[in-house]
Design a binder for this molecule. Structure first.
Ligand SMILES: [Fe+2]
Length: 437
């Protein structure tokens, strides 16, 4: 079992000791997540969207080497000449890179050698920060803090990816996590939201990515949100009502994927002798009707909402409802994020009169295309490629999941995936009323 990562909030300004301590903590947590995996586990790429574990470990290291050391270290020389080519993900401004879909072909450097690369960069990062004075430290700390959050994003991806790697093994090995005892679905209620002229976006205080800015106004008609996520039991009723066979429920592109890829159930479900089983990071087990449905695409989420006579919330509706419900601040203690180490969605629990499962459990698909907020400008230079250039052909998800590091979930956080993606830990919250967008 990996070590839990404690929740942390960002200081308003960093001193060198705090910055190094946070650096060491984030870096050690990545290694803790990889520790249960053998070098062979860490090398496999089971489909093009999945990256090998050792690639994640190396790429987040390359980020610090490229965007911090190369630009600030006196007499910088790369750790290895070709690592910039192997471990650049998508930064055109940095140069060419190895094909994403073929990362699993790379057997050398191995997992051990990636560890040596990490040690080297870690030592140099500590040495560099120790030499910075007040102004230089303040200037560089924002890039280093971006590197922390970048590495945390990859900690989540590492878990999503190894889940798929282990799922294609007929032995169905487990990674970690404790299976939950079977549960009954908790009743679903609704939370009414008045709407009106509301503010959407990061409100200042603490870290945010550029795509959460600027804070801006949106007009929302009155609406309501389901107070919990859609469950496996509800999804089984959708399937029993031929949900995957009725074209009238589906967006055209989604219906094409149903036909082309044979979708008949969520991504990790398999039927054996009439019983549905689900692959999880703690092993394969019968589908539990009380747990949130997970690993469904935006197309499936939308089809389910249509079948239920509801719709998906827009991202503005989702964010405003969370703020109006008094949950804009840090996720509550007990939110099902990665520090609980369930690594899987949990039951909603009894109704509270508030939105349940806001943070953690499953990333929640919205009806919103991933686009720039009014007035958005990406940062200058290669680092400006981080978010802005992906604002095409993707849908926004909100809230975080059971694989999300604590400190990495907030009301304004915008995750995004193509609408056909199913390997991410994604689920469904319904909306009603308002205006479909
Ligand atoms: Fe990355």
């Amino acid at each position: 079992m990996p070590d839990p990562m404690p929740p942390r909030t960002s200081p308003s300004s960093w001193d060198a000791d705090t910055l190094v301590a946070r650096y060491d903590e984030v870096r050690a947590h990545t290694e803790s997540l990889a520790a249960p995996l053998s070098p062979e586990d860490q090398t496999v790429q089971s489909m093009p969207d999945v990256s090998p574990t050792k690639w994640h470990r190396a790429h987040v290291t390359w980020f610090f080497e490229t965007f911090v050391l190369a630009e600030n270290e006196p007499s910088f020389t790369p750790y290895q000449d070709k690592y910039w080519f192997l471990f650049n993900s998508y930064y055109e401004g940095v140069g060419p890179r190895y094909a994403r879909a073929e990362r699993g072909h790379i057997t050398r450097p191995g997992a051990h050698d990636v560890g040596l690369y990490r040690h080297n960069v870690d030592a140099r990062m500590r040495d560099l920060v120790a030499t910075l004075d007040g102004g230089a430290l303040e200037k560089l700390s924002s890039t280093i803090e971006l590197g922390f959050h970048h590495e945390q994003q990859h900690q989540e991806l590492l878990l999503m990816d190894i889940k798929h790697v282990l799922s294609v093994n007929p032995l169905q090995p487990a990674y970690a996590g404790t299976p939950l005892t079977p549960s009954e679905p908790d009743p679903m209620g609704w939370v009414d939201v008045a709407g009106g002229l509301v503010e959407v976006g990061h409100r200042g205080g603490g870290f945010s990515f550029d795509n959460e800015l600027p804070l801006h106004q949106q007009w929302l008609e009155p609406y309501r949100l389901a107070d919990r996520l859609v469950t496996n039991g509800e999804w089984l009723r959708f399937m029993a009502d031929r949900g995957y066979e009725r074209h009238e429920l589906w967006l055209s592109d989604g219906w094409a994927r149903v036909g082309a890829e044979g979708w008949r159930a969520p991504f990790y479900w398999r039927q054996v002798d009439g019983v549905w089983f689900e692959h999880t990071l703690s092993g394969t087990r019968p589908v539990d009707p009380g747990l949130p449905v997970s690993h469904v695409s935006h197309y499936e989420a939308d089809a389910y909402a249509t079948w239920a006579g509801k719709r998906l919330p827009s991202e503005g509706e989702w964010e405003h409802a969370v703020v109006a419900d008094g949950q804009a601040e840090a996720p509550p203690t007990g939110a099902n994020l990665a520090d609980l180490q369930t690594f899987h969605p949990r039951p909603a629990g009894p109704p509270t009169g508030h939105l349940r499962q806001v943070y953690g459990d499953c990333w929640e698909w919205t009806s919103s295309a991933y686009l720039a907020y009014p007035g958005y400008h990406p940062p200058a230079g290669a680092i400006g490629e981080y978010n802005g250039k992906f604002m095409s052909g993707q849908m926004v998800l909100r809230g975080g999941c059971a694989l999300t590091p604590p400190g990495h979930a907030r009301a304004s956080y915008r995750n995004f995936f193509p609408p056909g993606s199913r390997w991410a830990l994604s689920g469904v919250r319904l909306a009603d009323g308002g205006v479909r967008s």
